[in-house]
Design a protein around this ligand. Sequence first.
Ligand SMILES: *Cc1c(COP(=O)(O)O)cnc(C)c1O
Length: 426
Amino acid sequence: MSERLPGFSTLAVHAGAQPDPTTGARATPIYQTTSFVFNDADHAASLFGLQAFGNIYTRIGNPTNAVLEERVAALEGGTAALAVASGHAAQVVVLQQLLQPGDEFIAARKLYGGSINQFSHAFKSFGWNVVWADPDDVASFERAVTPRTKAIFIESIANPAGSITDIEAISTVARKAGVPLIVDNTLASPYLIRPIDHGADIVVHSLTKFLGGHGNSIGGIIVDAGTFDWSTGGKYPMLSEPRPEYHGIRLQETFGNFAFAIACRVLGLRDLGPALSPFNAFMILTGIETLPLRMQKHCDNAKAVAEFLASHPAVSSVNYAGLASDKYNQLARKYAPKGAGAVFTFSLKGGYDSGVNLVSKLQLFSHLANVGDTRSLVIHPASTTHSQLDDAAKIKSGAGPDVVRLSIGIEDKEDLIADLEQALNA
Ligand SMILES: *Cc1c(COP(=O)(O)O)cnc(C)c1O
């Protein structure tokens, strides 16, 4: 065997998987079982005491899910990963390891709408206080740091307008503050951006979107970069202090550069319970095998559609970082040279009514609240996902009355453009 490291497409197909040792099955089997038989009493005791790795119960781990975890860790360049039931579950499990009641985390203001809700309301009820910062103004993160800050959370490519975040600049702020940088890499996928290469300590995903890629399974994952020293100043007791849940074990001391992934599994997933079903893990693994092919087509189609829209007289502006004229184009060239993703917004000259109208006239685009499907999707945020906000707040979050959001699929671009053209002309 040569010394060469496998490339991204090879990892997308093979990482973590081998023929099933019992049956020879080449595709990863769905281990649809709740529990696993112990070899003997000593084996059982060592699994429960974290002295040995192995399967106990599918809420804590499952062999199908383990292949998914190893594969995404390899694609992101992390040391280990933990699959969970949804992208939102990943965010809960990550922050539970980092924050005590009364602590703070800084989050970029431009985020997936569901994350804004989760951070503002559910997390507040746990005593985890979000402090918002502006991802276009790195100094606003610096100003938000206090002695209670425990983490910084950003999206690599941010909802809803597909803007590109300067991960390296914000990771410098995190380093200086002595807190980990968490990057939600859902809209980019590791094919376009690998946040760990730019200083992220933890990566989270909604697997529901581009990684699964087919709009058929909800899932989430946490990737540990293995870069953060959790022992400093007793700030992260879940990782640095003896855990009563496990006979006084110290996770960082015992597990080193994958201690965070272990904490998420044995303190987060075990006790909070949002386990991913092995069936969904299988669906998502199958999706990941074609991630590089799909993602490139998503991006190429998105660029063609954005260019078409930019030249259409009914359109007042297009926010797509892949366009040379876009304010994020410089950052896109640096962080996402293969393509600026497939989710973006544009504005119509006719305002609210023309947004609603356009959505109702489109035939090939599906009108729904999701992104990252093989199918092209459309939504008018002002009348749906952002309808509770007042006009000023809508505009601030990039969801003004004239804004339409697209998630471009992998159909023929000529058909997508023809559908938009007939709807815009109607
Ligand atoms: C969808 C999404 C989430 C939430 O993921 P679920 O799987 O729906 O829980 C988080 N972040 C981003 C960027 C998303 O697009």
